[in-house]
Design a protein around this ligand. Structure first.
Ligand SMILES: *[C@@H]1O[C@H](CO)[C@@H](O)[C@H](O)[C@H]1NC(C)=O
Length: 262
């Protein structure tokens, strides 16, 4: 199940089958997810398990893959995690396998403010989003779990040096930035799963451009991905408008995932 709600959820196993299920939680882009286990009665025998995952996992792929570490997974059975679990981004997951009829657990889900969102997941979302590195080194991304139409409304990547009052000149949108030796850029494309590090890139850009892009990019992939790569030397931001890609527009798509695979 997928939920964007706050509140309490109970799970009671209907059978002794070792089925793996998940509560996929999602919140607004500027929120984090907090889960508290109020109650947990899952016997460890027969592989009974409840796991908190700071991110999403689906078909063996995780998100956000490029900032994954062991701390993102907390597994338990028998004893409930005592502390509150808080995600680093607006999506998290509780995965469970309770092969004991009548056994289960209860969680309370809360959405907390995230003042520096880096990785953002959009679930059927339409709207305008700004991706920022907050002056830091590393990669931030937006992943929309749907084929989408993306338009760049504002670009400021690899230009604004941190903590300086200088006014910068518009360079316009530059393409193939890595070939020009620039370390900061935005990739726009798609992926056939949650792992955005395996994304197919349609366009890569950097520069300072406050004019809305002349045209939208149509991404016909399971997931639409925009990835901001930052050296840490600049305050980068990119503002994007997302809309669903309609079935009629698929044939006009700029990128169809899996099409160039051998
Ligand atoms: C960020 O992305 C770049 C380019 O894909 C990659 O070389 C680098 O390892 C990534 N950084 C992290 C922290 O994952």
């Amino acid at each position: 199940m997928v939920t964007s709600e706050e509140g309490e959820l109970f799970f009671k196993s209907p059978s002794n089958e070792p089925v793996v299920c998940g509560i996929y939680m999602i919140a607004e882009p500027d929120k984090r997810i907090q889960v508290t286990f109020n109650y947990l009665d899952v016997p460890c025998d027969n592989g009974g398990l409840v796991a908190w995952i700071d991110g999403w996992e689906l078909s063996g792929q995780v998100w956000p893959a490029d900032s994954w570490d062991d701390e993102r997974v907390v597994e338990s059975c028998d004893r409930r995690p005592q502390h509150k679990l808080v995600s680093r981004q607006n999506a998290a997951l509780v995965q469970y396998r309770v092969p004991a009829k009548g056994k289960g657990f209860a969680v309370t889900i809360r959405h907390l403010k995230n003042s520096k969102p880096c990785n953002i997941m959009l679930f059927g979302a339409e709207g305008v989003y700004t991706l920022r590195n907050h002056g830091e080194t590393g990669n931030c991304s937006v992943i929309a779990i749907s084929p989408s139409v993306v338009r760049v409304l504002d670009l400021n990547v690899g230009q604004t040096v941190k903590k300086s009052g200088i006014l910068y000149l518009e360079t316009g949108t530059l393409h193939r930035c890595t070939k020009r030796g620039l370390a900061d850029y935005v990739d726009i494309g798609g992926a056939s799963g949650l792992d955005h590090t395996r994304m197919e890139v349609f366009d890569s850009m950097c520069g300072l451009d406050s004019n809305e892009a002349r045209r939208s990019i149509l991404i016909a992939c399971e997931d639409t991905v925009v990835r901001l790569v930052s050296s840490g030397k600049f305050q980068n931001s990119v503002t994007l408008a997302f809309a669903p890609l309609s079935v009629e527009n698929i044939e006009d798509a700029d990128l169809i995932c899996g099409f160039n695979e051998v």
